[in-house]
Design a protein around this ligand. Structure first.
Ligand SMILES: Nc1ncnc2c1ncn2[C@@H]1O[C@H](COP(=O)(O)OP(=O)(O)O)[C@@H](O)[C@H]1O
Ligand SMILES: [Mg+2]
Length: 370
């Protein structure tokens, strides 16, 4: 198959400083015998069009997480691929929009009876919106921005004044709405899900916070994710969860339910918390989650007996099969009717990787664009 791996590049248009995941996916695809090209894009849509026209892929392996430093850039890119009539892996623009808006996601989870933290949205340009009476402490995070960006130690607030301060910082620094959620104390899990018509959940990965200094909140903030020298980074690790069968099955069921509720395509990862009383809360659903070899998703796949090249091939097969069956849209879960044709973030034993993050190229390897 002729496959183009499409990726965002930081800095300048012709940069070949790709995130490490790009070459890992390329190698995996080549090992499976595919003819693979890379297209790195930054902000020039004409280059995207020309690059795709020249490569004429049978399938685009879509790793784009942003475009033109626009928060909705990945969504627009998926729309562009749709308009070009190209087949691609992962979600389309509609599904991406739903999953990236953490408040909209919760409203869909509610319909399906899936638990989520109660919340309030503080939009930049609209009225305050609340989902019920909130109880302190609250956890304040950006509505859409992912990869723990904007999540700091002071994201956990216990009074109104600090809440409003965090909200204002998110508005000003990230240009995003703020989401205040009830803080869910408990163990944290990531569950990878693969599939379309009959999705399966991979073994849960647990975020082990036991290495954090005494008194530090057990959360995966931006330091824990990115700052290798910090106590937060050193004190947290992702491990294969050790769980009784029944609880593992429960976490997997909630994850598949949430994945379906948000119409995720091909692959994704659900972030959850489990309270002492046994309640499972969905924190977020990451459609088209980060796929690096040392990501929690790949780690979970390996634990399920799916080595990395087979995992990447599985995603290719899922996307191909989805297009073969129809428009790429799945049957509506509620009505069973087919929707109209018109219709979109281990290895080194479980260090954290971005979900789906607007990742920096800091760790990116220099490779040649072909
Ligand atoms: N309501 C919450 N209660 C407890 N911890 C939370 C809550 N929301 C987020 N967190 C912590 O912050 C981390 C990042 O939040 P998440 O919603 O997954 O955003 P991101 O898209 O940045 O990964 C989570 O992994 C978890 O540790
Ligand atoms: Mg997350």
């Amino acid at each position: 198959m002729r496959i183009t791996v499409l990726t965002y590049v930081e800095g300048k248009e012709r940069s070949t400083e790709y995130d490490p995941v790009v070459m890992q996916v390329v190698r995996a695809l080549r090992r499976q015998g595919h003819q693979v090209a890379i297209l790195g894009v930054h902000a020039d849509v004409k280059r995207v069009l020309a690059g795709l026209q020249r490569r004429r892929p049978d399938l685009v392996f879509n790793l784009v997480e942003m475009f033109a430093e626009n928060m909705f850039g990945d969504i627009a890119m998926e729309g562009l691929l749709d308009l070009l009539g190209l087949k691609y892996t992962g979600c389309g623009p509609g599904e991406s929009y739903l999953t990236q808006d953490k408040a909209l996601s919760k409203k869909l989870l509610a319909f399906h009876g899936i638990l989520y933290p109660r919340f309030a949205v503080f939009a930049r340009d609209a009225d305050f919106e609340t989902g019920g009476n909130l109880r302190m402490p609250l956890f304040v995070k950006p509505l859409r921005t992912d990869a723990s960006i904007g999540i700091r130690r002071n994201s956990l607030v216990t009074d109104m004044k600090s809440l409003m301060r965090r909200v204002a910082t998110i508005h000003d620094e990230l240009n995003d709405s703020a989401l205040a959620e009830e803080y869910i104390e408990g163990r944290e899990f990531y569950v990878g899900v693969l599939g379309n018509y009959d999705p399966i959940a991979l073994p849960p990965i647990e975020l082990d916070f036991s290495g954090l200094p005494e008194g530090m909140p057990h959360v995966l903030d931006s330091k824990a994710k990115w700052d290798e020298n910090s106590a937060e980074y050193k004190g947290t690790k992702a491990v294969l969860a050790d769980l009784p069968d029944e609880l593992r099955a429960k976490l997997q069921k909630v994850s598949v339910d949430a994945y379906r509720a948000l119409r995720v395509r091909d692959y994704g990862r659900v972030d959850l918390r489990l309270t002492d009383t046994g309640d499972i809360y969905v924190l977020e659903v990451n459609a088209s989650c980060y796929l690096a070899r040392d990501s929690e998703f790949a780690m979970a796949a390996a634990a399920a007996g799916i080595p990395y090249p087979a995992l990447i091939q599985r995603i290719v097969d899922l996307a191909t099969d989805r297009y073969r069956r129809g428009s790429g849209l799945r049957k509506s879960a509620e009505t069973g009717k087919k929707p109209s044709e018109n219709g979109k973030k281990g290895g080194e034993a479980g260090k954290k990787s971005s979900d789906d993050g607007k990742k920096s190229a800091e760790a990116a390897k220099k490779t040649a664009e072909d």
